[in-house]
Write a protein that binds this ligand. Structure first.
Ligand SMILES: [Zn+2]
Length: 247
């Protein structure tokens, strides 16, 4: 049967001489993998629709719930070409794509997260240096994956605390958290906790009114990345790559 969807191209794995196995995040079915015949040939009917980050309308062919349906059509709704042209921007988007594909299982519908990803890409296209949309997307993605960190008060007794314990996925107060252990915890500033709470509860449409300082955005971003890394129990390739070129 034929199945139509809207999706964002995550990645393509070359297969054989000119074919590809595509990973696409769709609004209708969540993550799907699909076989694309000859997209790497110059005169491919897919044109540039299968470039990473492209927002496309697609048709799949195969039995319902087929492991690897065939991609028979892909038309660009929005290319997001600008996001592929600047290295820093490309790496930041690649990183959230990698996190999403690792945290969200295949064939699980996430229409809210899908729409948010489109909005995030649009905001990044308008201003690639603004960290706010990326931060906000990471928080919503963690909520969708069931890994939302708790920063507002101790996870055990609810009193005030600023030390985030990775194993607990929560801030703990000094009583409950015991001795300082910098390897397993991350001390947050009051400002970073407040920023997290604002972004977590904020209506996406009013996001323009939140203007975090670079320092707070960096601090919160680092905490979220470490938390995600801990949850996945392995490093993310893009982030490691970013760290390598920074040093
Ligand atoms: Zn406590």
């Amino acid at each position: 049967m034929r199945f139509r969807a809207e999706g964002i191209v995550f990645k393509g794995l070359p297969f054989g001489e000119a074919d590809m196995i595509m990973t696409i995040f769709t609004r209708e079915k969540g993550f799907v993998r699909a076989f694309a015949k000859s997209p790497r040939k110059t005169k491919s009917r897919f044109g540039s629709a299968l470039e990473p980050f492209s927002y496309i309308r697609l048709s799949l062919w195969g039995k319902e719930n087929a492991e690897l349906p065939k991609l028979i059509q892909a038309d660009i709704i929005h290319p997001f070409q600008k996001l592929r042209e600047e290295l820093g921007c490309f790496l930041r988007i690649s990183e959230i794509f990698e996190m999403t594909s690792m945290l969200i299982p295949e064939h699980v519908r996430q229409p809210g997260l899908f729409n948010m990803l489109i909005d995030t890409l649009k905001m990044q296209e308008a201003d690639c240096k603004n960290p706010k949309a990326i931060l906000c997307y990471k928080i919503k993605m963690l909520a969708a994956a069931g890994f939302m960190p708790r920063l507002s008060g101790c996870g055990r007794c609810e009193s005030t605390g600023r030390r985030f314990h990775f194993r607990e996925g929560s801030v703990l107060c000094d009583n409950c958290g015991g001795q300082n252990n910098p390897v397993n915890e991350f001390e947050l500033s009051q400002g970073a906790i407040k920023l997290f709470e604002t972004l977590r509860l904020w209506d996406w449409n009013k996001l323009n009114r939140v203007v975090p300082t670079t320092t707070l955005a960096k601090e919160l971003n680092m905490l979220l990345d470490l938390h995600i890394r801990y949850r996945l129990e392995k490093g993310l390739k893009t982030r490691d790559f970013i760290e390598k070129i920074r040093t």
